[in-house]
Design a protein around this ligand. Sequence first.
Ligand code: SF4
Length: 111
Amino acid sequence: MDKNISRRTVLLRGLQVPVAGSLLLGLAACDSSGNGSQEITAVCADPEDMTSAQESVRKTLRYTELSSDPAKTCSGCAFFSGAAGGCGSCGIFDGNAVNPAGFCDSWSAAS
Ligand code: SF4
């Protein structure tokens, strides 16, 4: 095995890590709209503040604070009651807080 590494190789490898790291950070800061802004989503359902029954229902219905489908979010669900700009509540979850951007398996389009 050749133990001689050229100065050029060392410099190129030294540049690869910072460049790759910068690209990853840049991608993480951009949202899918491509406008470079980052949407901050409130945490509306903190498991620390729930009873075990509330937590169980959320797990059973696979509730998530951020829907993977922008067309199916809690704010567009028939069971959602919302407060503008903040957390809303869900009829399925006994009126407990849910995120307008959230989702669960009981999602039903609001009419
Ligand atoms: S039923 Fe599910 S999707 Fe609809 S508001 Fe409640 S948590 Fe959100």
